[in-house]
Write a protein that binds this ligand. Structure first.
Ligand SMILES: [Zn+2]
Length: 112
């Protein structure tokens, strides 16, 4: 049985795809040429993680900080924002977090 260690960092794309499972990201075997000391050119692997759905680049964030930020955003008048994030984990949302959130909350049945 494979045991996963809880990751300390997560990845979120400019398309709002987010995951803490780095194996799910598309990491192309890209190369760039760099010029080192003495003008020697060498190829270096980039391996920048990309959204596996649309190929958008993204950002790395500490899990704790990112989740605290989401909770803070919810507390500032965006009900169920954390639930929205969890419901849309590993989902490519090219409209972005805020627009997708507004659409999601509008589609939810009214309770209470
Ligand atoms: Zn995407």
């Amino acid at each position: 049985m494979k045991t996963k260690i809880a990751p300390k960092e997560l990845w979120y794309g400019s398309c709002s795809y987010w995951t803490d499972d780095w194996d799910k990201l598309n990491v192309p075997d890209g190369q760039i040429e760099v010029t080192g000391p003495g003008g020697v050119k060498t190829k270096v692997r980039t391996g920048v993680p990309l959204c596996p759905v649309c190929g958008a680049p993204g950002f790395v964030a500490p899990v704790d900080e990112w989740m605290k930020g989401a909770q803070r955003f919810e507390d500032e008048g965006h009900p169920r924002y954390v639930e929205f994030l969890n419901a849309n984990k590993e989902t490519c949302l090219p409209r972005g977090f805020l627009t997708s959130y507004k659409m999601w909350i509008a589609s939810q049945p009214v309770t209470g």
